[in-house]
Design a protein around this ligand. Structure first.
Ligand SMILES: NC(=O)c1ccc[n+]([C@@H]2O[C@H](COP(=O)([O-])OP(=O)(O)OC[C@H]3O[C@@H](n4cnc5c(N)ncnc54)[C@H](OP(=O)(O)O)[C@@H]3O)[C@@H](O)[C@H]2O)c1
Length: 230
């Protein structure tokens, strides 16, 4: 039975990835904070025959990430998807230290600690998938804390990719443009959801990369909307 861990799987892109990757020969550890939403993700994954395990942990603290790593158990892990993320969109002068630090904690420190804690459970042939963003390579006014975190995660994951090649572990980076998830509910502005990618398309890209033979590394996938991105 293959074991997958997906962070931020209680909603949005993470839930879509969980549903897409669900199969009867897989156990999916689904992480988030909102227990009700996580149960709903587990229900959807179970409908596809996979074994679903909800793991609730707030990963804005290192203790929370350690708890998640402990709950992931000591068995081998075939796929780790670092998807959980936050975005505070505000002019530079208005960025609070609290928002800055939360962005660093969830978007950077959590994947760093989680990968480090779980790495010895990843066998040859395993994969780490990082959900980055176009904002890992492109800048936008008012998005500096988010861009900072995604640029940093890109640097971390590209170095890690080179370190893990000899061990036969793939590091796959996904760069979606604006995607129609609840993330946009908290971002000021008139964002047109019908111009955004559906979360299921991001999940499809993840599945494509993971389904290649273990010797094939799909390094980066950029995903945009043909009529233009926001
Ligand atoms: N939406 C976009 O346009 C877009 C585009 C490119 C990349 N991305 C990236 O895609 C990833 C998923 O985003 P999304 O759009 O699906 O956002 P979303 O709908 O807001 O979901 C975010 C997920 O992250 C989890 N999360 C956030 N803070 C957490 C914390 N402190 N502890 C534990 N879990 C936490 C949430 O869990 P709970 O709700 O259970 O707390 C939720 O499952 C993020 O890394 C985001 O940067 C998004």
């Amino acid at each position: 039975m293959d074991r997958y861990l997906i962070t931020g799987a209680s909603r949005g892109i993470g839930r879509a990835i969980a549903i897409r990757l669900a199969r009867p020969d897989r156990t999916l550890l689904l992480h988030g904070r909102d227990k009700e939403a996580l149960d709903e993700s587990c229900r959807k994954v179970s409908e596809k025959g996979a074994r679903a395990v909800a793991v609730a942990a707030d990963i804005s603290s290192v203790e929370g990430v350690e708890k998640l790593a402990d709950r992931a158990g000591s068995d081998k892990l075939d796929v780790l998807v670092n998807n959980a993320g936050v975005a505070f969109v505000e002019p530079f002068e208005k960025i609070t230290l609290e928002h800055w630090q939360k962005t660093l904690a969830v978007n950077i420190t959590a994947p760093f600690v989680l990968i480090q804690r779980l790495l010895d459970r990843l066998p040859r042939g395993a994969s780490i998938v990082n959900i980055l963003s176009v904002a890992a390579r492109t800048v936008f006014p008012n998005w500096s804390s988010y861009c900072m975190s995604k640029f940093a995660l890109e640097g971390l994951s590209r170095c890690l990719r080179e370190e893990l090649r000899p061990r036969g572990i793939r590091v796959i980076n996904i760069y979606p443009a604006a995607t129609a998830s609840g993330m946009w509910d908290n971002i000021e502005g008139n964002w047109k959801r019908d111009k955004m990618l559906p979360p299921a398309e991001v999940a499809e890209a993840v599945a494509y990369a993971l389904e290649r033979p273990a010797s094939v590394l799909v390094e980066d996938i950029n995903l945009g909307n043909v009529t233009g991105n926001q």
